[in-house]
Design a protein around this ligand. Structure first.
Ligand code: FAD
Length: 359
C-alpha cells in the first residue's frame, strides 16, 4: 500500500474480546492512545465476531460471555440476540475507556521492518511498531473439510459462518456435519423445522457434569500443552464436551440426535457412505469449525514443523515482539480477557527493556 508509515509503539490488530482487553491493559499500564497505541479492526462496527452471529443465538443459548476487564456486561435479557447485546457492550466499552480503535482497517501483512520493528501493512496506510498484539480471532477463517464430489452437489452448502437462522432451511432435507457445540446448537433449531440428519467423524461426547472452574482449567491446560509443543490448537470447546441444554434435549426427544458416521463422498443428490448407503439432501450445513485467522502473519514464518506455532505464554517462543491473544488456550471470552493482561504486561516490559518509550 502507499502513503506514509506512522511510527508507533504498539499496534493491536482486532477489536474483539481479545483486542479490547489487550488495549485496555496497555492504556492502563501507561501507553497514550493514538500517539503510542492504535487498535486496527476490519469490521464495520464494534462487537468483533459477535456482530456476525446468527440472530437466533440468544443470550440464554451462548455458553457464557465473560466480562471485559473493568466493566461488567450487566445481566442482559436472556431472550436478546447475542448479536445485539455484545456489540452494544463493546461499543460502550470502547467509548468509556477511550480505546483508539480505527475501523474499518484491514491488516494485509505484518512483516519484519527496520531497526527491529514490525511493519503493519493495511488498506489505510502502514504503521511501524515496536510490538504487535494480534487478536484476529477465527471467524474469518471457516474450515470446510474436503470430501470427494463436493462440486457436484446440486443443493446448497453453507458453513456455520453463513448460517442466518432456521427459517431459510424450513421444510428442506438438511445434513448437519460436525460434532462440536455449534453443530449441536444448529441441529437443535433446524431439526424443529426441517428434516435433518447428523453426521460426525467421532461419536459425540456429552458432558454430564456441569461445566465448573476445574473442568474449564483442565480443558485450557490441554490446549496450552498443544501450543507449547507447536501443534495447531484444538478449540477449547472441543475438549470440554457437549452440553445437554433444554433445546438440545428437545431435539433428542424428536430423534434428531441419532448420529451417523461420516459419509465418504458427496453426490449430486446427497451424500453416500462406503457401504453403499445413500441419503438424499437439499442442504449440507458444515458445522466444522474455524481456524486461527493468521494469514497476514505469514511473512514472519512462525509455523514450525508441527504445523502450529511454538508458543511461550501469549507470544511465539521465537518472537517476543508479537503476541497472539485469543489464540489456542485463550480462544474463549474468559481466556481472551486474561491473556490480554498477560500480553500487555509483557509488551510493556519489552518496551522498557529496549530503552524506554518516547515520552
Ligand atoms: P473476534 O471476536 O473474532 O474478533 C476478531 C476481530 O479481529 C474482529 O473484529 C475482526 O474484524 C478483526 N480482524 C480479523 N482479521 C483482521 C485483519 N486482518 N485486520 C484487521 N482486523 C481483523 N466463547 C465464549 O467464551 N462463550 C461463548 O458463548 C462462545 N460462543 C461462541 C459461538 C460461536 C458460534 C463461535 C464460533 C465461537 C464462540 N466462542 C465463545 C468463542 C469466541 O469466538 C471467543 O470466545 C471470542 O469471542 C473471540 O474473541 P476474539 O477477540 O479472539 O475474536
Amino acid at each position: 500500500s502507499t502513503g506514509r508509515t506512522q511510527e508507533i509503539d504498539v499496534v493491536v490488530v482486532g477489536a474483539g474480546q481479545a483486542g479490547l482487553s489487550s488495549a485496555y491493559f496497555l492504556l492502563k499500564l501507561g501507553l497514550r492512545p493514538e500517539a503510542e497505541l492504535v487498535v486496527l479492526d476490519a469490521d464495520a462496527g464494534p462487537g468483533g465476531a459477535w456482530q456476525h452471529r446468527w440472530r437466533s443465538l440468544r443470550m440464554r443459548t451462548v455458553h457464557r460471555i465473560a466480562d471485559l476487564p473493568g466493566m461488567e456486561l450487566l445481566q442482559p435479557d436472556d431472550d436478546a440476540a447475542a448479536a445485539d447485546v455484545v456489540p452494544r457492550y463493546f461499543a460502550a466499552y470502547e467509548a468509556r475507556f477511550g480505546l483508539p480503535v480505527h475501523r474499518p482497517v484491514r491488516v494485509s501483512a505484518v512483516r519484519e521492518g527496520r531497526d527491529g520493528r514490525l511493519d503493519v501493512v493495511t488498506d489505510a496506510g502502514a504503521w511501524s511498531a515496536r510490538a504487535v498484539v494480534n487478536a484476529t480471532g477465527t471467524w474469518t477463517r471457516p474450515f470446510w473439510p474436503y470430501y470427494p464430489g463436493r462440486e457436484s452437489f446440486r443443493g446448497r452448502q453453507l458453513h456455520t459462518a453463513d448460517y442466518r437462522g432456521p427459517a431459510e432451511l424450513a421444510g428442506r432435507r438438511v445434513v448437519v456435519v460436525g460434532g462440536g457445540a455449534s453443530a449441536v446448537q444448529l441441529l437443535a433449531e433446524v431439526s424443529a423445522v426441517a428434516d435433518t440428519a447428523w453426521v460426525t467423524r467421532r461419536p459425540p461426547v456429552w458432558r454430564d457434569a456441569p461445566f465448573d472452574e476445574q473442568a474449564g482449567r483442565a480443558a485450557v491446560a490441554l490446549v496450552e500443552e498443544a501450543v507449547r509443543a507447536g501443534r495447531p490448537p484444538a478449540s477449547v470447546v472441543s475438549v470440554t464436551g457437549l452440553a445437554m441444554t433444554p433445546a438440545v434435549a428437545a431435539a433428542r426427544e424428536r430423534g434428531a440426535l441419532e448420529r451417523l458416521p461420516m459419509f465418504e463422498r458427496i453426490t449430486p443428490d446427497g451424500v453416500a457412505w462406503a457401504d453403499g448407503r445413500t441419503l438424499a439432501a437439499d442442504v449440507i450445513l458444515w458445522c466444522t469449525g474455524f481456524r486461527a485467522a493468521l494469514d497476514h502473519l505469514a511473512p514472519l514464518r512462525l509455523r514450525g514443523a508441527g504445523g502450529g506455532i511454538v508458543m511461550e505464554g501469549t507470544h511465539p517462543a521465537a518472537d517476543p515482539r508479537l503476541h497472539l491473544v485469543g489464540y489456542g488456550p485463550s480462544a474463549s471470552t474468559i481466556g481472551a480477557s486474561r491473556a490480554g493482561r498477560q500480553a500487555a504486561r509483557d509488551v510493556m516490559a519489552l518496551l522498557g527493556q529496549a530503552g524506554g518509550r518516547a515520552e
